[in-house]
Design a protein around this ligand. Structure first.
Ligand SMILES: *[C@@H]1O[C@H](CO)[C@@H](O)[C@H](O)[C@H]1NC(C)=O
Ligand SMILES: *[C@@H]1O[C@H](CO)[C@@H](O)[C@H](O)[C@H]1NC(C)=O
Ligand SMILES: *[C@@H]1O[C@H](CO)[C@@H](O)[C@H](O)[C@H]1NC(C)=O
Ligand SMILES: *[C@@H]1O[C@H](CO)[C@@H](O)[C@H](O)[C@H]1NC(C)=O
Ligand SMILES: *[C@@H]1O[C@H](CO)[C@@H](O)[C@H](O)[C@H]1NC(C)=O
Ligand SMILES: *[C@@H]1O[C@H](CO)[C@@H](O)[C@H](O)[C@H]1NC(C)=O
Length: 588
């Protein structure tokens, strides 16, 4: 018996012309979770015939080269500053090596699977594979898990393996070990509180020493209407940040895009009503374009997030063509189209100059390899000249949403070093940190060089406070901040009062879009990936926010301080200062 079966095996191998190893390659554990993530519960095996929509990410040829190229085009003083890469140049860095394509495709073919490329560079492929086959191919145990809070279910595995010969070629399989809690977005309520002036001082000798410095922070003189105390409008933002009302002139080349997920829709009729009320100086029929990804359609009644994002881009970035990118219902991977929108924009010959996204995740929900891959996708957009902005999150140090936590919870994509993360402020003269403004330190991405000095200074000031609750070696966020409460938004015909870093990111995007307009008018390139430029600015360009903190996880959170801090970043923008600086750097 024993000999006979060996013989059969041998014959099969001869026929297929491949060594035995191919029939059952040695497998190596590839990704693994030690336990079911909080909020999820297993409820047994799915029907083995259930089809999974699996994606396979290749190891990219040269991600380090991409990173070098990104910094080369975005660091002031570097040789190729703002000389952005073409689509083909970027794709060369991320396209898999031919031998990677060969070994992975051979493995899939041996398993009877035909996969399709899903990205312009071919670094991702996808295929529908049954649960039974996926379990066999990947030594996996795909089970049904329900997310308790939202009563939704997903099919995932706690671990999987890949054939050893695919190591170095296949980066990871998705969604396999990805457990992402579905986003429920409660409106952020900001209730102004009576604060003692030095509320943020954590009570150490060091922190006390800085509070006298705080009083020296320059206070800008401005005429800001008192209504802005209760109700933030485009006029308030124009006043606080010196944003011009005059329309941009570069509509042929300038662009601003708003990413939208979870079925959110922006109604042009709401925008008209909003403009009529809050921008009486411009044509109330000014509207936006819609780009659909994954079958997203935007023809429903207005919803909160989308209305906010569209009204504070079209309504603030006067004269800048704005596109609402509506990402459809593809949510079986938990990422809700986060991969697909970037691929769709990378496929364009001219991606938008600015992209703002007010959605995000707790970093711990995203497996590190997937987070790295998405982060590289933002680097690709950045090297092509897009400023990629994300809201930092609304749960203070406890993450994307307020939650119980034992350790501070950073938010992704804000922790990606290749995006600009926007936190929130409240009040003015002086502005102070919004208590919900998420910020902190990544557990996946190390701190990038551009923020080394700024973050070191902060950590020294902070001393040992809550030291065990965060990873001080990680990429620190946010990078900047802006007003984030009481935004007046027209939703289905009624003006509502909306708060959150969701308000800050589109507003910052609009300011950048107007700076880009001035750049283009001078025949210069748009600003692109902003962080190396922003962190290189001397004091006095941005408005430094030095009061407030972002409580969470049973702590006071991080205090705002002189210079960069993990609540308000480097501070809030000033259009005139930034524009002056950009002009001055050109004359050199
Ligand atoms: C959860 O969803 C299932 C099926 O979709 C349904 O039968 C059940 O009633 C739901 N439970 C709750 C608490 O909503
Ligand atoms: C702000 O709102 C409060 C309560 O809603 C109201 O009493 C007050 O008059 C408002 N202040 C301004 C400046 O609108
Ligand atoms: C908006 O909501 C905040 C907090 O609930 C409140 O203080 C403020 O007065 C409201 N503003 C308006 C215009 O209703
Ligand atoms: C701006 O757009 C016009 C019209 O499409 C084009 O001719 C011109 O070259 C563009 N300028 C730049 C700087 O891209
Ligand atoms: C928009 O402007 C037009 C022309 O000025 C005006 O007739 C119309 O009433 C305005 N729409 C709203 C909603 O105010
Ligand atoms: C801390 O962050 C670094 C990246 O800077 C990461 O390599 C490390 O694993 C993190 N530590 C923990 C305990 O998460």
């Amino acid at each position: 018996m024993f000999a006979a079966s060996l013989l059969v095996l041998f014959l099969v191998c001869l026929v297929s012309g491949r060594p035995t190893a191919h029939l059952r390659s040695k497998m190596a554990l590839h990704e693994r979770r030690t336990s079911v993530p909080g909020g999820f519960k297993s409820f047994g095996a799915p029907d083995p015939g259930t089809l999974l929509d699996l994606r396979f990410a290749f190891v990219q040829s040269d991600p380090a080269g991409l990173e070098t190229a990104l910094y080369d085009v975005s660091t002031p003083g570097s040789k190729n500053f703002r000389k952005y890469l073409t689509k083909a140049q970027v794709e060369q860095f991320v396209a898999p090596k031919p031998e990677s394509v060969n070994v992975v495709q051979t493995w899939l073919k041996d398993n009877g699977i035909v996969a399709q490329a899903v990205t312009p560079a071919g670094d991702w492929i996808s295929a529908k594979i049954s649960v039974a086959k996926a379990n066999a191919m990947l030594d996996a145990d795909f089970q049904q898990y329900s997310h308790v809070g939202s009563n939704t279910s997903v099919i995932r595995t706690l671990s999987y393996s890949i054939p050893v010969n695919l190591k170095g070629h296949l980066d990871f399989v998705h969604p396999a070990t990805t457990f992402i809690a579905p986003v429920a977005k409660p409106p952020v309520q900001y209730v102004p509180q009576k604060r003692p002036k030095a509320q943020t001082a954590p009570g150490t000798a060091k922190a006390k020493a800085t509070s006298s410095q705080k009083q020296l922070a320059p206070v800008k003189l401005a005429f800001i209407p008192t209504e802005c105390i209760n109700a933030t409008t485009p006029a308030c933002l124009q006043d606080i940040y010196n944003i011009p009302q005059t329309p941009g002139t570069q509509s042929a080349n300038n662009s601003l895009a708003v990413a939208s997920f979870l079925g959110e829709t922006a109604d042009p009729k709401d925008l008209t009503r909003f403009l009529a009320e809050f921008r009486p100086d411009i044509d109330n029929s000014t509207t936006f374009a819609v780009k659909s990804v994954d079958g997203g359609v935007d023809n429903g009644p207005g919803t909160g997030e989308a209305s906010l994002d569209i009204q504070y881009t079209v309504g603030l970035a006067t004269g800048v063509p704005t596109t609402f990118v509506d990402v459809g219902p593809r949510n079986e991977d938990g990422l809700g189209g986060f991969l697909d929108i970037i691929d769709a924009l990378l496929a364009e010959d001219t991606p938008p100059n600015v992209l703002t996204t007010s959605f995000g995740f707790n970093e711990a929900d995203i497996p590190p390899a997937l987070a790295q891959n998405l982060c590289n996708a933002y680097a690709q957009l950045g090297s092509r000249g897009t400023s990629v902005l994300f809201a930092s999150g609304d749960g203070g140090v406890s993450g994307a949403q307020p939650q119980d936590c034992q350790a501070f919870e950073p938010t992704f994509p804000s922790t990606c070093p290749f995006v600009t993360s926007v936190g929130g402020t409240v009040e003015f003269l002086p502005e102070i940190a919004a208590p919900f403004s998420s910020g902190g330190f990544s557990n996946i991405f190390p701190r990038p060089t551009y923020q080394n000095a700024a973050v070191d200074t902060y950590l020294q000031t902070l001393g040992n406070i809550d030291f065990k609750l965060f990873n001080k070696t990680g990429r620190a966020f946010p990078d900047v901040s802006m007003q984030a409460v009481n935004f007046q938004v027209n939703i289905r015909g009624t003006v509502q009062n909306v708060s959150g870093t969701s308000a800050a990111s589109p507003s910052f995007a609009s300011l950048v879009a107007l700076l880009n307009d001035r750049q283009l008018a001078q025949g210069e390139a748009p600003l692109g990936f902003l962080n190396p430029f922003l962190y290189s600015l001397g004091p006095g360009i941005l408005n430094d926010i030095t009061q407030g903190s972002n409580p969470g996880c049973g702590t006071e959170g991080f205090p705002a301080e002189v210079g960069w801090d993990p609540v308000t970043g480097l501070g809030t923008p000033d259009f005139i200062n930034l524009f002056g600086l950009i002009l001055a750097s050109k004359q050199r």
